[in-house]
Design a protein around this ligand. Structure first.
Ligand SMILES: [Zn+2]
Length: 370
């Protein structure tokens, strides 16, 4: 009878990794394996090979090492694991997935539109045409590395809707495994969208804000710690200098030569300067940011061509988007400034625009003054 063994996340990762990369693992005893890895993944320290591929014996349990002296102990931060992680990341550098199973016929879309958007009193919103299209959304995982006297890393995921170029907050819903598929559910045309290359600087800018605030918090902590260490160091040297002063005093009282003490004092002062400088040096924080992975998620949304009609008989087209994942309408673009808005009003020139534009539109015939 086989008992279901519970594997640590690291052990589970190694088993999955070897399976996915076409290698073979053989569990010799609990937590001890022979791994047949692709040749480029195995280190030079391995001794056996099959068809150019390397066999590595590994152990996840330190207590197994004495019995298997040839085995490498596997834990986070070992060269073997660093190589496997780097390779796994390289393989998943870019991927495309599809969200399937969404309801593309929402109940009472017109009513939802009227509730979601504020319109001028004399305006009415009409739906002209509704089309399901595939909207690409990109998730960028960026890694911030903070190096001071220790090294720490944080991964910052940023999701962008490539249609509007806006940040998407419902990352968990986008990444819900239950809805993700490697093949599209429906063959849909793609909505108008920006390229990944032009989205990346936007994602990076967002990520940098997060990384900068993390860096500031770390730097403050580090600086406080360093200042306390320096204060302690200053007290230590002050004590030493005080002792030296007493020795000089006693020597003077005895009528001894005090010339040899001058060198001691200088040496102590020099040493203190060096050690304080070292502490400051160690407390400097370096930050690097790099892109790890990109996942494009194609999701069906409804593109709604609407018309805003008024009593004055002018008609303005308005494009809206229904997101069936969040079951909500997305903010529309202001016809004047192209910024997202849910509230439209009429400018003094009679045009439909967001509240901001309306409050800043100059009165006709008058110069705007700033
Ligand atoms: Zn506007």
């Amino acid at each position: 009878m086989e008992t279901a063994a519970v594997h640590s996340p690291l052990e589970a990762f190694v088993r999955d990794y070897v399976d996915v990369t076409g290698g073979v693992w053989d569990e010799i005893e609990p937590q001890v394996y022979d791994l047949l890895l692709p040749a480029e993944d195995a280190g030079a320290e391995t001794s056996r090979s099959v068809d150019g591929r390397e066999i590595v014996r590994v152990a996840f349990d330190p207590e197994a090492i004495p019995e298997h002296p040839a085995a490498q102990l596997v834990s986070f931060g070992t060269p073997l694991m660093d190589r496997l992680f780097a390779d796994a990341m390289q393989r998943g550098r870019f991927a495309r997935m599809y969200i399937v199973g969404l309801n593309l016929t929402p109940h009472d879309l017109a009513g939802r539109m009227h509730r979601a958007f504020t319109m001028p009193a004399d305006a009415r919103l009409h739906v002209e045409r509704v089309r399901p299209l595939s909207f690409p959304q990109a998730i960028f995982w960026l890694q911030g590395t903070f190096v001071s006297d220790q090294k720490e890393q944080e991964i910052v995921p940023i999701a962008l809707d490539l249609h509007y170029g806006r940040q998407v907050r419902h990352l968990d819903a986008l990444l819900d495994h239950a809805r993700l598929s490697e093949t599209p559910g429906l063959p849909l045309l793609e909505a108008r969208h920006m390229s990944l290359a032009s989205a990346y600087p936007l994602a990076r800018e967002q990520a940098l804000r997060t990384v900068a605030s993390l860096a500031n918090a770390r730097h403050r902590q580090q600086t406080d710690h360093t200042e306390r260490q320096i204060a302690r160091m200053n007290r230590y040297y002050a004590d030493l200098l005080h002792e030296l002063q007493e020795q000089i005093q006693r020597a003077t009282d005895r009528g001894d030569d005090t010339g040899k003490f001058a060198g001691r004092r200088e040496a102590l002062e020099r040493e203190e300067k060096v050690r304080v400088a070292e502490l400051r040096q160690k407390s400097s924080l370096q930050v690097q940011v790099r892109l790890l992975n990109v996942l494009v998620i194609q999701q069906a949304k409804l593109l709604i061509q609407a018309m805003v009609r008024t009593d004055r008989a002018n008609v303005e087209p308005l494009e809206l988007v229904w997101d069936p994942l969040t079951e909500s309408l997305e903010a529309a673009l202001c016809l004047q400034c192209q910024r997202p808005t849910f509230a439209f009003a009429r400018t003094r020139l009679g045009r439909l625009a967001c509240q901001d534009c309306v409050s800043h539109t100059p009165v006709p015939g008058r110069q705007s003054r700033r």
